[in-house]
Design a protein around this ligand. Structure first.
Ligand code: IPE
Ligand code: MG
Length: 222
């Protein structure tokens, strides 16, 4: 979800205005998923690296997240969306973490769409965490090193139990992965749109899905 800052700058507004509008754009994207029958949507909302931003911006982003969780939970329930989160959630402010846990618990039985927020998320950190968990199992004698396979790693990641993404949409024209789901994206189709995240609409979502539908996925085959 990139381009909030640029969207604001283009309009002579403070960056936080861009983030505020960006939080609105989430609605368009989830609505698109519900209409198209997409079962999993993961939003890269805040990266492990984003903590390096100026303290004021970090604080504003956290209070936006807090408001998002407080204000949208009714809508999430009404739309039968299951809220989930991946990342170092322990890094979040305590109040926000509690709200998040509440939303996750309340929506745990919803079935229309799995909406995963990546928060304080970094893919390399995720792989390090998985490696530690695997190493501990080896040390405990419950796992033989030669028994470690791709499935072992997949199941040790935060995303265990969720299918690998079919489509990655990157907004604001940036051509990079930025430490997002590195393992899981191995065969994901990537669509880059020049649209800045705050102006990303349901139509843009459908356009990306249409582009995805034209791709010929071979997974290394012919
Ligand atoms: C993405 O927009 C929002 C977050 C990282 C939370 P940016 O803030 O990165 O926007 P640009 O890249 O400055 O336009
Ligand atoms: Mg950016």
């Amino acid at each position: 979800m990139d381009g909030n800052g640029r969207w604001a700058r283009e309009r002579g507004l403070p960056r936080i205005e861009g983030h505020r509008r960006g939080a609105e754009a989430v609605r368009a994207c989830t609505a698109g998923c519900l209409e198209a029958g997409v079962k999993h949507l993961t939003l890269y909302a805040f990266s492990k690296e984003n903590w390096q931003r100026p303290p004021d911006e970090v604080k504003s982003l956290m209070s936006l997240l807090d408001r998002f969780l407080a204000e949208r939970i009714a809508e999430i329930m009404e739309r039968n969306i299951r809220l989930r989160a991946i990342g170092h959630l322990q890094d979040l402010p305590e109040k926000t973490r509690r709200r998040l846990d509440e939303g996750i618990a309340r929506s745990a039985h919803n079935t229309a769409l799995n909406l995963t927020l990546a928060l304080s998320y970094g893919a390399r950190t995720e792989i390090v965490d998985a490696t530690r968990a695997i190493a501990r199992a080896v040390q405990a004698g419950t796992l033989a090193p030669d028994a470690i396979n791709e499935e072992t790693v997949t199941n040790a990641l935060y995303t265990a139990g969720t299918p690998d993404p079919d489509l990655l949409i990157r907004t604001s024209g940036e051509m990079r992965i930025s430490n997002f789901l590195l393992w899981q994206l191995s065969y994901t189709e990537i669509v880059v749109t020049p649209k800045l995240w705050p102006e990303f609409s349901k139509e843009d979502f459908f356009a990306a899905v249409r582009e995805y539908a034209q791709r010929n996925r071979r997974f290394g085959g012919v």
